[in-house]
Design a protein around this ligand. Sequence first.
Ligand code: GLP
Length: 257
Amino acid sequence: MRVVICDTVDQATARVADVIAQQVAKVPHSVLGLATGGTMEPLYDDLRKSHVAGLSFAGVTAFNLDEYVGLPADHPQSYATYMRKHLFDHIDIDLEHCFIPSGMGDPIVASRTYEAQIAEHGPIDLQLLGLGKNGHIGFNEPGSSLASLTREKVLSQDTLTANRRFFADDETMPSSAITMGIQTICNSKKIVLLALGQAKAKAVQAMIEGPVSAFCPASALQMHANTTVVVDAEAAALLEYSDHYIHAERLQRRREQ
Ligand code: GLP
């Protein structure tokens, strides 16, 4: 696990956006794994700017991590809508090549179908991840099997509370989601995880320095051969071995001296 600590949220976000842009520039037919959440909105803004500056996504295939059970793709709070709003509608990606698990119908069938689609078009070259405050990746909540594949997961109280802000007051929030499993995620060739702000500091410490354990699903990434974790100073605040990691801007300043 390569740990990169940036001074600010903007620098961390730009760094991860750049990893994705470089992947697409180098391999135009890349298979990308994409994530949702508040953290990713400015990152997708950066990718939209890269597209305006000339980067084409026409050859890219995209797989999203997860979708709420019970929300149709055109629901305002579905992750399908999120992806169109923040990225897909603004770049030249072929929507036929954008896969998101179906939140409707039988979750077992939807999960199997999704694994089959990944097997057909994958492997995923670069998987983008955020981090839940409770250490989840995708919607693999604490207690998830580290060998899990795509399946329905019941959302934890932590996650229901954290994501409530995206739903209207009178709206019922889904209580489960279809999510790529931890093994599905770890089958990706490369992984880049972005975690920002003080609220993520505890989960960041557990993910990087804690034991590999279902208590913190993101800790499974310690066993992945090509994972980069990018955090800002606040998210890095509880790291015990902070000196052992790459401090991006500090390194840059030293090089310039
Ligand atoms: C969500 C998503 C995750 C995301 C995480 C953090 O519920 N399922 O993929 O990484 O929670 O979200 P945020 O960036 O809003 O903190």
